[in-house]
Design a protein around this ligand. Structure first.
Ligand SMILES: [Zn+2]
Length: 324
């Protein structure tokens, strides 16, 4: 599946890209990271880009497209990829389309993270990060336990990125609305745009993105792969019964349950199974006991009867014969 992740700065693209990458098994292609890696590794393209940037120019769409074309030829992209940070303009989108078409490929979905501007402003302006380990905080929503100190590594002096000022955020938002948002007009008519409410907690955003992509099925794998359901002793009678799979499968047509809910359902199913097993075992034990007791009682009675009869009969135990 070839996906474009789309959204204003601060909409949570980075967080969702990482999750989608893992869930879908496709690499995240962040054009910014890719360009930096080329420069760092001193590739031909990297040297070209470095020269352009040193001269104070912007890297052309053409170069970025060339870089993406080269990247998606790698074997890990055969199942698709997730583009993050590109295209940012309609011409870039059109150039991407042309490049893909030359290879017989198309974009399958555009996931848009929808977050109001005022939320973006708040998220970015109050964002602080640790200069040492990169941990990210939000001054009011996710503050460090000790003011200005990283929870994770204890570094003092959390930093605000130079781009994260109100002035710069406003400029980025304006650019997004003017240049990037019109991409919806390119992909919308093809029915590719899946808009996700980016205001929800990250877990929910992720799950609705998966649902929108129609790949919620993938998320239930961990629940079904739980070893407990399969490795239960095959000799016990209850193990022969298939696990209550319905408990972990989303009903057809209905939105799939959340990963958490599924895990909980699977756990419950296992628990119920265990409880049923224990109950049955107890029942069987009791039944066996009662049966045994009855048998023993009967046997004792019969023995006693036989014993009392013994002196009168030479045939002894051969009751039917004696009766005949
Ligand atoms: Zn830190």
């Amino acid at each position: 599946m070839r996906i474009i992740l789309f959204g204003a700065p601060g909409a949570g693209k980075g967080t969702q890209a990482k999750r989608l990458e893992t869930a879908l098994g496709i690499p995240q292609l962040s054009t910014g990271d890719m360009l930096r890696a080329h420069v760092r590794n001193g590739t031909d393209l990297g040297r070209e880009v470095d020269a352009i940037m040193r001269a104070g120019h912007l890297v052309s769409d053409d170069i970025v497209i060339r870089m993406i074309a080269e990247r998606i030829a790698a074997p890990d992209c055969t199942g698709g990829f997730l583009l993050d940070g590109f295209p940012r303009t309609v011409p870039q989108g059109e150039a991407l389309d042309r490049m893909l078409a030359e290879r017989g490929l198309v974009i399958d979905a555009v996931v848009g993270l929808d977050v109001p501007d005022e939320v973006v402003r708040d998220r970015i302006v109050q964002r602080r990060s640790c200069p040492k380990c990169g941990a990210v905080y939000h001054l009011s929503k996710l503050p460090p336990k000790v003011a200005d100190t990283c929870d994770r590594c204890g570094t003092k002096g959390l930093e605000q990125r130079s781009d994260d000022t109100l002035e710069k955020v406003n400029a980025r938002l304006e650019k997004f609305h003017k240049e990037t948002a019109p991409l919806v007009q390119l992909y919308g008519p093809r029915g590719l745009v899946k808009t996700v409410d980016g205001m929800s907690p990250p877990d929910e955003v992720f799950e609705s993105a998966l649902r929108m992509l129609g790949v919620a099925k993938l998320a239930k794998r961990p629940a079904l792969a739980r070893p407990s359901a399969r490795t239960a002793s095959p000799r016990t009678p209850t193990a022969r019964k298939p696990a209550p799979r319905t408990a972990v499968r989303a009903p057809a047509g209905k939105p799939a349950r959340t990963v958490k809910a599924r895990a909980a359902a699977a756990k419950k199913a296992t628990k119920t199974k265990k409880a049923t097993k224990a109950k049955k075992a107890t029942k069987t034990k009791k039944a066996t006991k009662t049966k045994k007791a009855t048998k023993t009682k009967k046997a004792t009675k019969a023995k006693k009867a036989a014993a009392s009869r013994k002196p009168r009969s030479a045939a002894g135990k051969q009751k039917p014969a004696r009766r005949r």
